[in-house]
Structure formats: structure tokens, C-alpha cells
Design a binder for this molecule. Structure first.
Ligand SMILES: *Cc1c(COP(=O)(O)O)cnc(C)c1O
Length: 401
């Protein structure tokens, strides 16, 4: 099948939500390289939006998934599931959490987090149902998460929205304190806003939010769907902040490409009682085996150290582009999660397409920002080559503007 044929089938029959797709169709990958159906290779700095943490065809992950596919992919949660038991034990051992619920996606994990926060109070006979989130955030596309997400562009056409969510400006402690009332049950936030332009939160702000939650006896939820699983140079983003949440959600990189999400909580906050929540697919043996292989590989290959070292290099190199090019405003990020803000007058699409042309995959984020979230196995030579290409693209756009 040619790209044109695939494109025309997609344009005729896929719902028109991804109309801006890039004109490439990949067939397979190896390490940090992807190959398209015409045989052209690319170095991947997007990892399927922070999903493919081990790159492509990692032997340990491929083996874990193939083994499970040949024995048992799915098993109902009516039964005990060995891989699930191993994974929840692993997640609790590695994080603040005492209990875990497994899902298939980030949105679902977040939905579970909201239900859990409400349940925490309803179990005590207290009427508290409101959740405060931050502007510019992204928490997913399900109906409740559209209301949680603090960006009007995702909400407008679906009004009236799901009730019980309140968005306050990110970084504004006073607004947050004012927004809390006797009906507030939780604050939910990302530590680095991934879709909102790769915006890291200030540590002082995050610590103040923890104190505010404690003062009011409400729960703090960290949406680590994008920042979790080594992305920031620590296994979980909160480890960079010296702040522990009551509830945390994970997904994207958790299965290294196999869909799986998780809802984690402290013993105190784990208020679900039998029948309160459930899922058909969540926590199936295949997904759990994939997640176990991801954790195992991060540890065996010391990928957190690689993430810190290569990430620091990536940050420095992006900063050097900011110094050199007037259209590049600033670079910000942590570990292997970086954004490069381009002046609003210069569209980023031609830069992304130009990079594809040169064999590099980079992504967009909010506020005219280029996003870099490569596999955690990326190397410094990979970064050097990508930066050279980006340097060229920025020069080209500068000429045009
Ligand atoms: C991607 C993302 C989600 C949504 O995850 P899905 O798997 O697409 O439902 C939620 N929160 C954050 C921070 C994300 O980056």
C-alpha cells in the first residue's frame, strides 16, 4: 500500500479529528530509529508522545509481550492475575503508594483518581466533590477529563461540561487558596504541563500546594501520565520536587508502547470499597508483563542515569539555539522532556515538517512550542545530529520571517 492509498482511506473513513497528520507512515523501528513504508529512516525525538521509553523492538520488552501473546493475553479481573500482582507490588515498592488500580489509558487513570477523591470523602459521610485543576493543563479526552483540562479549546463544543471542576491560573497561589471551599475534595495537577507548552511548575509553588492541601484536609493528585516512568530523570516526576502526592496517575510510557495506565494512592487515600470501580481490560497479563519489562530494563540499563546525562546535554544544546536564533525564545524542561518556544509570529509546522524531511521526528506542544520527548535510550550523538538539523531549520525560518 502506498502512502497516498493509506491517506485516502484515512481521509474517507477515519473520523475527522486528526486532519493535520504528518505525511509519513512508519512501518517498523529499531532502537531510536523508525523506518517509513518507503524505506526512509528517522531518529525519533517524540517516542509516540512520550510512550516508547525503550525505543522500538527492545529485546526484553518484545520478548515479554510475545511470551504473553503465546500463553494468555487477557484474563478477567474476576480471577487473580499473577502479572498484575507483580506489577502492583513493583509500583508500590518504587513509589510512595500503598495501593494501585490498573487501567488502559491516562484518561481512565485520571477518571479513577477523581472517583477516588470523591469516594474518600463520601466514605466519611462528607459532601465534598469539587476538584481544582490548573489553566493550561491537560488531563485527557474523556468527558470528565475535558472539564478537568484547563484549556477552553478542548471544552467549548461540548458544553455543558461535566460538573465539579474548577480551573485556576497555574502559578497563582492566591487564586488557588481562594478557590478552595467546603466542597473541594482535591487539587489535580501536572508537574510539567506536557501539552501546555512543556511548562515545569516551580518547586516552591508545588510545595505550597502540598501545604495548602494539608491545611484543608483535601487530597493532592499528581497527573504523571507524561512525566512518570523516568521521563524527568527520576522514576516519577514528584521525586524532583520533594513533595509526595496522595494520589498519582501513570500511563504513556508505563507499558513502553502497550496501552496500560495506573492509579496509585497512599493507604489513607485508597477509599474504594468492593464494587466501587472496575474495568474489563485494565491490568491484563499482556499489559502488565510489558510494564514489568519496562521497569526491569530501566533498572538493568541504568536508563535514569542516561536520561539525566543526555537530557542535560539536550537542554544545553537547545539553550545554545536560543542564544543563536532570534525566533527561538526559550528552552525549558527536565530530564528528557523539553520544549523550545518559537516566537508566535513563526508557525512551527514548517519546522516540524522540515525536520521530518531531514530524518528527525520532533513534536508540537501548546503555545507554539517544539517538543522533545525521545526514548530514554537516546544518545548524545543522536542529540548532536538532531540539533544540527534543527539549527538548519531555524536558520531557514529566520530567513523567511
Ligand atoms: C496524554 C496525557 C493524558 C491522557 O492520556 P490518554 O492515554 O491519551 O488518555 C492525561 N494527562 C496527561 C498529563 C497526559 O500527558
Amino acid at each position: 500500500m502506498t502512502l497516498d492509498h493509506i491517506k485516502s482511506l484515512d481521509q474517507q473513513h477515519f473520523m475527522e479529528v486528526y486532519t493535520g497528520r504528518y505525511p509519513v507512515c512508519f512501518s517498523h523501528g529499531e532502537g531510536c530509529q523508525l523506518t517509513d513504508i518507503d524505506g526512509k529512516t528517522y531518529t525519533d525525538f517524540m517516542a509516540g508522545i512520550a510512550v516508547n521509553a525503550l525505543g522500538y523492538n527492545h529485546p526484553a520488552l518484545t520478548k515479554a509481550v510475545c511470551d504473553k501473546a503465546s500463553t494468555m493475553m487477557h484474563c478477567s479481573n474476576l480471577f487473580y492475575v499473577r502479572e498484575q500482582a507483580e506489577l502492583v507490588k513493583k509500583l508500590c515498592g518504587l513509589s510512595f503508594a500503598d495501593r494501585v488500580f490498573l487501567t488502559n489509558s491516562g484518561s481512565e487513570a485520571n477518571e479513577g483518581a477523581i472517583k477516588l477523591a470523591r469516594r474518600y470523602f463520601s466514605k466519611q459521610g462528607i459532601k465534598r466533590h469539587k476538584v481544582i485543576t490548573l489553566t493550561n493543563s491537560f488531563h485527557g479526552r474523556t468527558f470528565a477529563m475535558v472539564a478537568a483540562t484547563g484549556q477552553v479549546k478542548y471544552q467549548k463544543v461540548y458544553e455543558p461540561l461535566c460538573q465539579g471542576f474548577l480551573n485556576v491560573p497555574a502559578g497563582d497561589m492566591e487564586a488557588l487558596a481562594k478557590a478552595i471551599d467546603h466542597e473541594t475534595c482535591a487539587i489535580m495537577m501536572e508537574l510539567i504541563q506536557g501539552e501546555g507548552g512543556v511548562m515545569p511548575m516551580d518547586p516552591g509553588y508545588v510545595q505550597a500546594i502540598r501545604e495548602l492541601c494539608d491545611d484543608h484536609g483535601i487530597l493532592l493528585i499528581f497527573d504523571e501520565v507524561q512525566t512518570g516512568i523516568g521521563r524527568t530523570g527520576k522514576l516519577f516526576g514528584y521525586e524532583n520536587y520533594d513533595v509526595t502526592p496522595d494520589i498519582m496517575t501513570l500511563a504513556k510510557a508505563l507499558g513502553g508502547g502497550v496501552p496500560v495506565g495506573a492509579l496509585l494512592s497512599s493507604e489513607k487515600a485508597s477509599a474504594f470499597t468492593p464494587g466501587d470501580h472496575g474495568t474489563t481490560f485494565g491490568g491484563n497479563p499482556l499489559a502488565c508483563a510489558a510494564a514489568l519489562a519496562v521497569f526491569d530494563t530501566i533498572e538493568k540499563e541504568d536508563l535514569l542515569t542516561n536520561c539525566q546525562a543526555v537530557g542535560a546535554n539536550l537542554g544545553e544544546r537547545l539553550e545554545s539555539l536560543v542564544q543563536k536564533h532570534s525566533i527561538a525564545q526559550y528552552a525549558q524542561g527536565m530530564g528528557l522532556m523539553w520544549g523550545l518556544k518559537i516566537v508566535d509570529s513563526v508557525p512551527i509546522m514548517p519546522i516540524i515538517l522540515g525536520m521530518l524531511d531531514q530524518g528527525f521526528i520532533i513534536g508540537p506542544s501548546g503555545h507554539n512550542t517544539l517538543r522533545f520527548v525521545p526514548p530514554l535510550i537516546i544518545t548524545i550523538p543522536n542529540v548532536d545530529h538532531m540539533i544540527d538539523a534543527l539549527d538548519h531549520q531555524l536558520t531557514k525560518q529566520e530567513w523567511k520571517s
